[in-house]
Design a protein around this ligand. Structure first.
Ligand code: GRF
Length: 222
């Protein structure tokens, strides 16, 4: 008798509203992603996404960044040690960053090779870092978008998996543009997680493949 493969167990890390977390949890529930949400972890006790997770009946944990401040700075090693404890305590084997507003250290990232994804609201390598919607509007770019990528020690710099493009319209402000980008996020993040959880997407020591072929450039969703 062969063992049935066990479904992936996701730790979803959030700091804010958690709309991506909800989209991912729903995709797990309805069978589009062969995984289950093991825990939703926030570094912000007031994150709106925590209540949304509770409403979905998901396990939640708070690792309050404010409780790890020493002399005005985040004590990153203790903060990350508690994050890791929570991830392990819930049996998670995949780490999904979904609006988690903390830079994670190289040693933390190295503990999850090929098992940690992030979503970034720009067409990477354009606009790493914060305030991407404002940057796009200030630059007068005709299009904007979103990227799902593997997390490496380089901020917003790991191999890109999938991108979606959206137009920038003349009447756009940050709120309108961000809403259009979010709608695309909720489509492509579950897709990328499905690929990784099902084994279609492989890491291969930093040289990702999708369905056996090198992922030299991100899949272009739209
Ligand atoms: C998204 O725009 C995501 O790309 C970025 O943070 C935001 C999180 O939004 N990393 P939400 O909390 O999932 O609604």
């Amino acid at each position: 008798m062969t063992d049935k493969p066990t479904a992936a167990r996701l730790a979803i890390l959030i700091s804010g509203a958690g709309s991506n977390m909800v989209a991912i949890a729903q995709a797990c529930r309805d069978g589009r992603i062969p995984a289950q949400v093991a825990v939703v972890i926030s570094d912000q006790p007031a994150a709106g996404g925590l209540q949304r997770a509770r409403d979905l009946g998901l396990p939640v944990a708070v690792v309050d960044a404010a409780g790890y401040r020493r002399e005005g700075r985040l004590d990153r090693s203790h903060f990350e040690a508690e994050l890791e404890t929570q991830i392990r305590a819930h049996g998670a084997d995949m780490v999904i960053l979904a609006g988690f507003m903390r830079i994670l250290s190289a040693p933390f990232v190295a503990r999850h090779p090929g098992r940690m994804l992030n979503i970034h609201p720009s067409l990477l390598p354009l606009y790493p870092g914060l305030d991407t919607h404002s940057c796009v509007l200030a630059a007068g770019d005709p299009e904007h978008g979103v990227t799902v990528h593997f997390v490496t020690a380089e901020l917003d710099g790991g191999p890109a998996i999938i991108q979606a493009r959206v137009p920038v319209l003349p009447a756009d402000d940050v709120a309108k543009l961000s809403a259009r980008v979010h709608a695309a996020e909720h489509i492509i993040y579950p897709m990328a997680i499905q690929w990784l959880a099902s084994g279609r997407l492989q890491w291969n020591d930093g040289r990702p493949t999708l369905d056996g072929s090198a992922l030299a450039a991100p899949v272009r969703h739209v």
